[in-house]
Write a protein that binds this ligand. Structure first.
Ligand code: URA
Length: 239
């Protein structure tokens, strides 16, 4: 591209950047793939993958504990086994309970925008929750519910071995980082999820439902700055 073309492109990006920060919604920065250049060995045909096996176990174990028995179905999570990035939310809500898919309601639409703004496709990342079924009245998960579902989340992470985890909101962040600190102190600061030999970087950020309720320039900038750190770590930033 000519130097004039470069300058125009820079101005265009700066314009978009300003628009984005000042009120326009998240704008995609770059179309990029988030699947690994060298995915793990494919599962031989006719056999199920470790993630499929885990899904079957979750389906068989549903509802996991008495207090989740009002849920209609398990919500395992979705995305490819070779995803480089895993998003972890709190628990399925009403629409997730109806469809069996994570983050498909209003918060899910906000999450889709954020994923798109990172330059990623939703189907290239893995999206899941701490709880694998909807708690009654959408209340905050109890310790017992978290304990009954935690082994499945751990197993998902062991199988996928993502390069980065983004935790959405306080409960997911506290659980993954094993801390009692609040999300407003933890967001934007790298943490680590450790499990035997695995050490996976964790970026805590706001839950999209919080963002929907508190949609200010400040919260948007904070969320954007958090996810930008992940974009950079994954080498997805526009050149
Ligand atoms: N909120 C969550 O934490 N998870 C979902 O799947 C939907 C809403």
């Amino acid at each position: 591209m000519s130097s004039q073309g470069d300058a125009q492109q820079r101005v265009a990006f700066q314009y978009l950047e300003t628009e984005r920060l000042l009120g326009v919604d998240f704008i995609p920065v770059a179309p990029i793939s988030s699947v690994r250049p060298q995915p793990p060995e494919p599962t031989p045909s006719g056999t199920s993958s470790p993630l499929d096996e885990l899904r079957s176990r979750v389906e068989a174990d549903f509802p996991f504990c008495d207090s989740l028995s009002s849920a209609s179905r398990p919500v395992f999570g979705e995305g490819p086994e070779e995803a480089r990035l895993v998003f972890i939310g709190e628990a399925p809500g009403a629409q997730e309970d109806e469809t069996g898919r994570p983050f498909v309601g209003a918060a899910g639409q906000k999450l889709d925008q954020i994923i798109g703004a990172m330059g990623l496709d939703r189907d290239a990342v893995f999206i899941t929750n701490i709880l694998k079924a909807r708690p009654p009245e959408n209340r905050t998960p109890t310790v017992g519910e978290i304990e009954s579902c935690a082994p499945y989340l751990r197993e998902q992470l062991r199988i996928i071995k993502p390069e980065v985890i983004i935790t959405l909101g306080g409960p997911a962040t506290k659980f993954i980082l094993g801390t009692t600190e609040g999300i407003s102190r933890l967001r934007g600061r790298w943490g680590v999820w450790e499990d035997d030999a695995l050490r996976i970087p964790v970026m805590p950020t706001f839950h999209p439902a919080y963002l929907l309720r508190n949609y200010t320039n400040e919260t948007r900038k904070q969320m954007w700055s958090d996810v930008q750190k992940v974009v950079e770590l994954l080498g997805l930033a526009k050149k």
